[in-house]
Ligand binder design. Structure first.
Ligand code: ADP
Length: 176
């Protein structure tokens, strides 16, 4: 599914984000930038050791913030590592932190002059964020950003399975 937001495109696809050829892909990292399970492990495996070498130099990233490294062997030239919140019931600022993770990633992309960015469904795996709410927050952050900044030409959400794709599609239709 693809929609226009101003002069930019917001797209949803099912796929493996490590195969994306956007200027940057976003990693759902942890605060230590230590690698791990899920999409984080997949990105480091596919991108090779240059990504972890830069992560070690950077040292860490607070929840809701973002840092950028090389894409190593990936098609994407850059990986933006952001840390989504661990979901603990919803009363611990999770929504604001999840929005911030998306906005800070996009700000970093803009600052580097990048034009296209692919996101996974941040926090919806091991970090336990309910998918519907996470999708709404992620999509709202992306739409708001595209309304306010015309430099980013494409934001793509790469969903790993059909259920995540359906949830994101339903939420996006509800937001338009
Ligand atoms: P978090 O710790 O932020 O919850 P996870 O990696 O556990 O991060 O999960 C985030 C989302 O990424 C989940 O929806 C998971 O299905 C998805 N995912 C896992 N591997 C990939 C991949 N290779 N490409 C895209 N999405 C992926």
């Amino acid at each position: 599914m693809e929609v226009n937001i101003g002069k930019s495109v917001l797209s949803l696809v099912i796929g493996d984000i490590t195969e994306e050829s956007t200027d940057a892909i976003v990693n759902a990292a942890n605060e230590r930038l230590a690698g791990g399970a899920g999409v984080d492990g997949a990105i480091h495996r596919a991108g090779g050791p240059a990504i972890m070498a830069e992560c070690r130099k950077i040292g860490g990233c607070p929840t809701g913030q973002a840092v950028i490294t090389t894409g190593g062997n990936l098609k994407a030239k850059h990986v933006i590592h952001t840390v989504g919140p661990i979901y603990r019931g919803g009363a611990r600022n999770e929504a604001a932190l999840l929005r911030s993770a998306h906005v800070e990633s996009l700000k970093l992309a803009s600052a580097k002059g990048l034009k296209s960015v692919a996101f996974p469904a941040i926090s919806t795996g091991v970090y336990g964020y309910p998918l519907e709410e996470a999708a709404r927050i992620a999509l709202t952050a992306a739409i708001d950003y595209l309304h306010e900044h015309s430099d980013i030409e494409l934001i793509r959400f790469v969903l790993f399975d059909g259920r995540a794709y359906e949830v994101f599609s339903t939420e996006l239709k509800g937001l338009l």
